[in-house]
Design a protein around this ligand. Structure first.
Ligand code: NAG
Ligand code: NAG
Length: 325
């Protein structure tokens, strides 16, 4: 299968004064489940607060890109490439000046799949900052002014595992198209087996591990987690549960759950479904305006900072560069 690869070589910090002279760093925001509401004003107070804070962080600290972890348009995605929701829930909300030239790399969530994901892919040709080349794809970066490399595998966990009904808190039971699910998993496995990058990240909408409302996704625990461990993946990033979590398994793989872009859910109902010792951080306060993750990758380590939309830094952790054979 012909898949897209975007090779992005980021040059010196000519346009990024905040990086001048400092430790060379690749910086990005990871935010999930930010997709507004289907009725006016098409955004929530939390989405607005997150957009404002992301704008501030990008202005102060910089970001080379923003990763969208899915559920981009509640509750049933978009219908066509000219759907007004692109404007109402995305362009008009993430409107800060500092965000105008920051590319977004997008993947689809279960709510996007109720609508037309092809239209979200086609929107890449309309918006200068919306990049969604294919349902699953690879991104490659270099830390500016270095040869240190980063790969990010953007997955479609809905075609991999099936759709779920959020309101029934259902597990995805099985993929609608088994062949497509197999193709995606084989693609990931083949690439991870050869990955030479100093940092390898995998991103998808459904969590592998979560203590919250939906809990661990059985399909991903079974099919994906063994690959993350076997191939020394640095971290898996996801959304789906509406809160912020950091978990880490006994092999050192990090699990960054950032699903607080639009809703906040305090549930910890799956605490017992996650192995003892994995959970390092959880934040789901109902009175919070939500939040997101900010990642900084240097030649030495990757730092994940969880930020509340209020501007408060909630939790910070570090993961090392991959060991090379
Ligand atoms: C979905 O969007 C694509 C791309 O714009 C379009 O070609 C297709 O007709 C749409 N499908 C439906 C069912 O509307
Ligand atoms: C990157 O690698 C190339 C080729 O090996 C080398 O010539 C260059 O000096 C390296 N650059 C840095 C900043 O390490």
């Amino acid at each position: 299968m012909d898949t897209w690869t975007l090779l992005l070589v980021l040059h010196t910090s000519l346009l990024l004064p905040w990086a001048e002279g400092a430790t060379p760093t690749l910086r990005f925001v990871a935010v999930g489940d930010w997709g507004g509401v289907p009725n006016a004003p098409f955004h929530t107070a939390r989405e607005m607060a997150n957009a404002k804070q992301i704008g501030k962080v990008v202005q102060m600290l910089g970001a080379h890109f923003i990763l969208s972890l899915g559920d981009n348009f509640y509750f049933s995605g978009v219908q066509s490439v000219s759907d007004k929701r692109f404007q109402e829930t995305f362009e008009d909300v993430f409107s800060d000046r500092s965000l105008q030239n920051v590319p977004w790399y997008v993947l689809a969530g279960n709510h996007d799949h109720i609508g037309n994901v092809s239209a979200q892919i086609a929107y890449s040709k309309v918006s200068k900052r919306w990049n969604f080349p294919s349902p699953f794809y690879r991104l490659r970066f270099r830390i500016p002014r270095t040869n240190v490399s980063v790969a990010i595998y953007m997955l479609d966990t809905v075609t991999l595992c099936g759709n779920s009904n959020d309101f029934l808190s259902q597990q995805p039971e099985r993929p609608r198209n088994l062949e497509l699910a197999r193709t995606q998993l084989a693609w990931l496995k083949r690439h991870l087996a050869d990955a030479k990058e100093d940092y390898v990240l995998v991103a998808g909408h459904y969590p592998v591990w979560s203590i919250a409302e939906h809990g661990p996704t059985h399909c991903l625990v079974k099919k994906l987690q063994p690959l993350l461990v076997k191939y020394g993946v640095t971290a898996y990033l996801c959304g789906h549960d509406h809160n912020l979590q950091y978990l880490q398994d006994e092999n050192g793989v990090g699990y960054v759950l950032s699903g607080a872009g639009n809703f906040m859910d305090p549930s910890t109902q799956h605490q017992r479904s996650v192995p003892n010792g994995y959970l390092r951080f959880h934040y789901g306060a109902e009175n919070s305006l939500g939040g997101f993750a900010y990642l900084e990758i240097t030649p030495k380590e990757m730092t994940v900072t969880y930020m509340e939309a209020s501007g408060k830094s909630l939790f910070k952790t570090r993961l090392p560069k991959r060991a090379k054979a």
